[in-house]
Design a protein around this ligand. Structure first.
Ligand code: AMP
Length: 196
């Protein structure tokens, strides 16, 4: 298996680039945001809890998020040749839980692709996405809160994965295909990918 985390602030292009990664590498995509939005749309208990955090631009508590992720991994693992984790981990405890969970299954995170985009550009992209897609958390007030949470709580993962020798920084501005070619160069040069 080749497992990667696609990492970056809200609006950095994780979802768009994940789609291209699925097409190129046949990896299985787990987007925790998509999982939560599906629960909200289905009106489940979990969806109600998730909505109470998402609508405020806050993170869902780690314990709950880790359980959701483990369930997704176990559901999809039989047919997966590797995972793209999109939107997870978002905190240091989540990264530690992911490491442990994968270790217990004889797996590991091989690479963390970090999409680096300036805040002003993120804000512009998210406001546009809110208009195009109608995503309720893409409004200026909630976007501001999500970017704050990203800087305070999620961005320390950059150091965490750099220390683990796994972080690959990618310049996340420019044309979608140009960014994808930077990402695929980083993946193709990864020793675990060369072996696969
Ligand atoms: P996303 O689609 O990844 O931007 O996620 C949308 C929202 O879902 C986030 O703003 C959080 O409220 C929630 N969420 C998604 N993934 C996580 C996670 N790993 N930990 C906590 N909350 C999450």
């Amino acid at each position: 298996m080749f497992n990667l985390v696609i990492f970056g602030a809200p609006g950095s292009g994780k979802g768009t680039q994940s789609q291209k990664l699925i097409d190129r590498y046949g990896l299985t995509h787990i987007s925790t945001g998509d999982v939560l939005r599906a629960q909200i749309a289905a009106g489940t208990e979990l969806g109600k809890i998730a909505d109470s955090y998402i609508s405020k631009g806050q993170l869902i508590p780690d314990d709950l998020m880790v359980d959701i992720l483990a369930q997704e991994v176990d559901r999809l693992r039989p047919q997966a040749s590797g995972f793209i984790f999109d939107g997870f981990p978002r905190t240091i405890p989540q990264a530690e839980a992911l490491k442990k969970m994968l270790e217990e299954r004889g797996e590991e995170v091989h690479s963390v692709i970090g999409l680096e985009v300036a805040d002003e550009e993120l804000m512009e992209r998210l406001i546009k996405r809110g208009i195009d897609s109608g995503r309720s958390d893409d409004n200026p007030e909630t976007i501001g809160k999500r970017l704050k949470v990203y800087h305070s709580t999620t961005s320390p993962l950059r150091d965490y994965y750099t220390k683990e020798g796994k972080y690959q920084a990618i310049h996340g501005s420019g044309h979608v295909d140009e960014i994808f070619s930077r990402i695929s160069d980083a993946i193709d040069s990864h020793p675990a990918m060369k072996k696969a």
